[in-house]
Ligand binder design. Sequence first.
Ligand code: S3P
Length: 182
Amino acid sequence: MRLLGSDNLILTGFMGTGKTALGRMLSQVWRRPFIDTDKLIQERTGRKISEIFATDGEAFFRRLEQRCVAEWLPDSGAIISTGGGIVTIDGMSEALAKKGVVVALFASPEVIFSRIAGNKSRPLLQIEDPAERLAKIRELYASRERAYMRSGVNVMTDFCSVEELVERVTKIYNRACSRKSV
Ligand code: S3P
């Protein structure tokens, strides 16, 4: 499908909603570079996200995310996957909207739980007991849900393949680009 603009496509959403998987696939299909804000922060600081959280805390990491959006992201042409907590930063929805077309991915806490079950790298979910981890996901999710909803066009991913999501997001992107050019 032809792309009708050169704006960035920005993916927001909770951990495990598929931002990275979809972003990588879009990057292949659209032939545009893929940028992950967590990776970019790791490259620029030379430090792992888990190490930043452990040493300097979450608030410091959020300031790095803010700087990443304001200074390190390109103005156009890329597919950008953001860290799951980026929308909790004051003014971030507006900042992201200025940087491109924003799509917010959603999944139910149970699906998120199963998608990230094998991944131990997320500093906010270092909880051994499965029931407690699910409870933490529910709590964090509930506290952020409105911020995700406000951040962009909402897309539910629970019952969608990556291929279906590529098609849907391509349509959303083209619609947003044509609206801007009128
Ligand atoms: C976070 C999500 C992570 C990463 C950090 C904090 C969050 O990104 O930025 O661990 O607060 O939800 P992913 O959503 O890519 O896992």
